[in-house]
Design a protein around this ligand. Sequence first.
Ligand SMILES: Nc1ncnc2c1ncn2[C@@H]1O[C@H](COP(=O)(O)OP(=O)(O)OP(=O)(O)O)[C@@H](O)[C@H]1O
Ligand SMILES: [Mg+2]
Length: 610
Amino acid sequence: MAQGGRELYHPEDYERLRQGYRDSRLSGKPYEGTHRARTKSGEIRWVYESHRAVERTDNSVIMEGVLIDITAQRVVEDAVRESEARFRSLFENAPAGIIIKDREGRVTAANDTFLNWMDWDRDEVVGKTVRDLLKDNSGSVVEEEDREVLETGKTKVRELTFPSASGRLITTTNMRAPMLTPEGDVTGVCSFLIDITESKALEAQLQQAQKMEAVGRLAGGIAHDFNNLLGAMMGFNAFLMQDLDQKSPQHNYASRIDQAGRRAKQLVAQILTFSRMGPTERKGFDLVPVVDEALNLLRGSLPASTQIITEYGVDRAPIVGNSGQLSQVLMNLGVNANDAFDGGDGQITVSIDRVHGSDPVLDALRSTSSNLQKERVEVTEMVPRGLQLLSGTLADGSDCLRISVADNGSGIAPDVLASMFDPFFTTKEMRKGTGLGLSVVRTIVSSHEGAMRVTTAAGEGTTFEVYLPLAGRSVELRRSDDVSAMPKGHGLVLVIDDENDVADMLSIGLERLGYEVAVGRDGKEGLEIFREAEDDWRGAIVDQVMPEARGIDVIGEIKKQRPDMPCILCTGYSDTLTEQKALDSGADAFFLKPVTAETLGRKLGDLLSD
Ligand SMILES: Nc1ncnc2c1ncn2[C@@H]1O[C@H](COP(=O)(O)OP(=O)(O)OP(=O)(O)O)[C@@H](O)[C@H]1O
Ligand SMILES: [Mg+2]
């Protein structure tokens, strides 16, 4: 058969075979090999063949040997090879890192996934212990835990952090299992590692966010109490300023207290807004005088080297929102712009414009790749130079107002730009900046359904643009109060407040305006005093949050006897009572604390038509 024709062999094996036969014949050595042969019926079988050339006495040469059908064995071998390849690919590319060590802790195998994480070469690793490989002490921790698995023969799951060759810290869940022989002997340890670095980082971020929220709430609570105290301090100080000779050093001291107090009030307002405990009342109002007033305050507090220019493209800017908060936005942007001059000369240009609903700028602020996302902060490069940041998302296609604050200062570096809206992010020294300014701006703008665009170029300056939905025509705009001469008054007024300093400040203040004042230290005492001379009172000023009775209920009682008597309700920031609710419940006017005696006196005068 071996010497038969070409048709007896598989065509792929034929040449190799012929060569083999020839070599064997020439060398005189036996031939040995495997090949595919064709049977009579045309079937292909794997055969093992061994033969040698034997010379007969008549000088002819014949082949003598054996031919064994090994087809069945080949099929098994192929299956084993294929299954091995499958398992190897599974091993190498598994989404888990796999590392196998012998009883002495030497690495016998590690998969590609693991080697890639660690930036290791297979050759560097095999035969070494993890203690050799890991530079920090995590190596000895691993060895100790491996030993436990070797001794107990039980699996073990642990969280483990270790450094890669390039120094990146990887946190994993490490599942270890003993490597067992069919007899049950432990020959080593196999570890499966799942990379949990990213989810760990997210978890830490979440914890941080929760901590920040708690801190914010705590700070908000303190700020609220502080605000009341500040009201009393500034109120008494205002009396000093009125009484002291304007040219005296004492008047100068008092006015310094007043300036510092105003700054403290701003700081408290920042914290209250940040912790979302600030006033949230919304009204229709004209933004132009609000911006003017904020700029006046800024001019008073910024150095003379900073020039503020206004370019208004509108006469009126109707907005629905909170005027105090929007003036806070301007103050924060203005102070930041001034800081960007670093003490040198600089120019801040503030403009207000109306932007048509179809303007491409508004399109960019509406269309976001990640749907409607209020919290987005997106930084892109601009042509020909500089960076643009978009923050927040406008909801619909209506016209907007744009308030823009532009400076010709330092500009903002890309990494700062990306983080500057984060609470407590600051590049300023200790005590110079808290890093709350822009996060407050962002909170306020997003609560007004607005969005922002910031453009900046290194050395050329920065422009912050705030886009706010324009109020519809039907919105009624309130006028801000006229603050001219001190209001004068007369007659008996009842002040009910449980906070002594506040009550004293208000009563002294109202007396200075000409009223006679009686003070009730809580709701019950207040009503008792009221009943002693029911018909003689000209008005009442009542605090909302008091022990015993709420201000609004005290006013209800008073109104039962004296529906004509003007009653003013005062409340702190943390209270949820809105002006509308207060008025609906019978109060004639409503103020957020801290409020000055002067403001109350003016309102009382209005209500009494004095
Ligand atoms: N107009 C600007 N020009 C250059 N950098 C700015 C400008 N506005 C903000 N930044 C940068 O953004 C950072 C964050 O500003 P943010 O107002 O939130 O905090 P702050 O000014 O550092 O502190 P705070 O406002 O609480 O006093 C600033 O530290 C500054 O680096
Ligand atoms: Mg700031």
